[in-house]
Design a protein around this ligand. Structure first.
Ligand SMILES: [Zn+2]
Length: 265
């Protein structure tokens, strides 16, 4: 007798692909450059100038005016020069992730239950820039091309993956927060959510390293950690409700929300 098991009994997890593509990093540069307004150019400072001060000379009226051909040449040059070490690092990151991905999916399932992972490319690219962006629209993200603490890169990967499933879950549950005017509100909620989750004992046990919260979220994260640090079982909806309340209470101090509110008028 023959048994055939229907496919749907296997719960599918995305399989990450690790790739190198300097052109992605050129586009990322211009993404950062278009975000210059946020927090008085904090993104430009962290993502570009801190690592490559030479780009400061392109600052004009708080904007970055630089030719695409210049950036392309700069980025492709970096990739050419470092290609061996980049390939080696990519392999290390890939292997490290493979060692923990099963447990990571188990941990996310404890939070989101059987919520399916959103569809997307799930490609991980390297970046030479100082911040590691994620692209919700196609489920791709970037990790540092060079990094001393290689194991921290797994924390970064888990962080971005958590964003993907969180945004999907959150916007399905709270459709009123869809749309550009809520961009910063949801961004704050998602970052705080990640900090609370990634610093819980079970997650630290797996990753061995904390995830660094954005400085403006420290206060809220501290309050929530006290409440959620020892929870036996995650109540994702309760945690989200708590975060929404705290973000609303602190919205005047959190970047972007006040700006967006002004835009609405
Ligand atoms: Zn994040």
């Amino acid at each position: 007798m023959q048994f055939t098991y229907p496919l749907f009994i296997f719960f599918m997890h995305p399989k990450l692909k690790f790739e190198i593509d300097y052109k992605k990093d050129v586009r990322t540069f211009f993404n950062f450059a278009s975000d210059w307004e946020y927090e008085n150019g904090r993104i430009l400072e962290w993502a570009i100038f801190a690592k490559y001060p030479l780009f400061k000379k392109f600052k004009k009226n708080k904007k970055l005016e630089v030719q695409k051909s210049f950036v392309k040449k700069f980025v492709s040059g970096k990739y050419k020069k470092n290609i061996k070490i980049f390939r080696k690092n990519l392999k290390i990151y890939d292997n490290n992730w493979k060692k923990i991905e099963k447990n990571f999916y188990k941990l996310t399932e404890e939070i989101f239950g059987k919520t399916p992972w959103p569809k997307g490319k799930y490609i991980v690219y390297l970046t030479i820039w100082g911040m590691f962006p994620r692209f919700l629209e196609d489920k791709t993200f970037q990790i540092p091309a060079k990094y001393k603490r290689k194991k921290y890169v797994s924390v970064v990967i888990a962080h971005e993956m958590l964003h993907f499933i969180f945004y999907d879950y959150f916007l399905a549950k709270y459709p009123k927060y869809k749309g550009k005017k809520n961009y910063f509100f949801v961004w704050h909620v998602s970052e705080i959510f990640n900090s609370v989750v990634q610093d819980s004992p079970e997650w630290i046990k797996l990753f061995k390293i904390n995830c660094m919260p954005y400085p403006e979220h420290n206060k809220i994260v501290r309050i929530l950690r006290k409440k959620y640090y020892r929870v036996e079982k995650w109540d994702v909806d309760l945690l989200i409700k708590d975060i929404i309340i705290l973000v609303n209470q602190n919205s005047s101090k959190l970047g972007g929300i006040a700006q967006a509110a002004r835009l609405k008028k």
